[in-house]
Design a protein around this ligand. Structure first.
Ligand code: NCD
Length: 307
């Protein structure tokens, strides 16, 4: 039963729960007006200890579009965190006022720690370079909707595979589907961590340094930003920042039904001339993100007792 659960890791929900969630997200997308007052009287606390545009806005928009309300901070210096309050104490206090909380934190494991002290559901909105489960829900819904199925795809991950939490989360979640092929494309310095590759069991893994060598085999291309804020040294970032830039020309050998995804924000890794290509779905992906978050909040607060 999903009601009252925390979402800390992408695998905290079963495949069946995910399917029901995605069905609800699509039902909301088709008839958003039917859900406008589902969460009247409910309050979401939005606790962002690290910058965010899409994730924070999509959660807040999701809650407001369900008729609920939002309190919170988008930068910890404006809260008691700046006085040295612990995550555990902050969440115990917030739980006195709100029904559900969303937390983004630069430290890996902070939302999990919060969940141990919390009587209300906690949703991890990204913890350091670790996990980003609601981006994963967004990505899986996008793939299920646009490719028909998540199973049996060749998925290319390109960019910063070392620090990128969106790829860590998505790979972990995709390992539960059948016959996947994971193609990891990165400079050697930003390769996928060994512990994630080791968790992929019998799925096929291909690792290369150059996207052109493999792009013709890929069904889903997941581009990522080089994670500047997680580098120890700026020179290293500047050296790697434009390592791979996807352009219209480079797409010429890709399959006609490949989709190009990106969690956004993009920096240099996708040239704007790719945006007009019908295979570029990253803004559509951002929109799925709001619907899946609406479905998630609704399920965590009300279980199956919704419209
Ligand atoms: C990602 C994140 O914060 O990890 N953005 C997002 O949530 N849509 C990706 C990134 O910052 O590169």
């Amino acid at each position: 039963m999903i009601k009252g659960k925390h979402l800390i890791e992408p695998t905290d929900l079963t495949l069946e729960e995910l399917d029901l969630l995605f069905d609800l997200a699509l039902a909301i997308e088709s008839n958003p007006k039917d859900y406008l007052s589902e969460l009247n009287g409910y309050l979401l606390a939005s606790l962002f200890y690290e910058p965010s545009t899409r994730t924070r806005f999509s959660f807040e928009a999701a809650m407001l579009r369900l008729g609920g309300q939002v309190i919170g901070f988008s930068e910890p210096n404006s809260s008691s965190v700046s006085k040295g309050e612990s995550v555990a104490d902050t969440i115990r206090t917030v739980a006195c006022y709100a029904d559900i909380a969303v937390m983004r934190h630069p430290k890996e494991g902070a939302p999990k720690l919060a969940s141990k002290h919390s009587p209300i559901p906690i949703i991890n909105a990204g913890d350091g370079g670790h996990q980003h489960p609601t981006q994963t829900l967004t990505d899986l819904l996008t793939i299920r909707s646009l490719k028909g199925s998540i199973h049996k795809n060749v998925v290319g991950f390109c960019g910063d595979l070392k620090f990128g939490r969106t790829v860590h989360s998505l790979v972990k979640a995709m390992a539960r589907y059948d016959d996947m092929t994971f193609v990891f494309v990165s400079p050697p310095e930003l390769a996928m961590p060994a512990h994630i590759k080791d968790s992929l069991g019998s799925h096929k893994i291909i690792e290369v340094n150059n996207l052109e060598d493999v792009i013709d085999q890929i069904d889903i291309l997941y581009m990522t930003r080089i994670q500047r804020e997680r580098f120890f040294n700026e020179e290293e970032y500047l050296r790697l920042k434009s390592y791979f830039v996807l352009t219209k020309d480079k797409l010429s050998t890709a399959k006609n039904d490949m989709i190009v995804m990106h969690p956004l924000p993009r920096v240099d890794e996708i040239h704007p001339n790719v945006d007009e290509d019908p295979r570029a779905v990253y803004f559509q992906q951002a929109q799925y993100g709001m619907y899946v978050r609406m479905a998630l909040i609704l399920k965590l607060l009300k279980g199956d007792a919704h419209a």
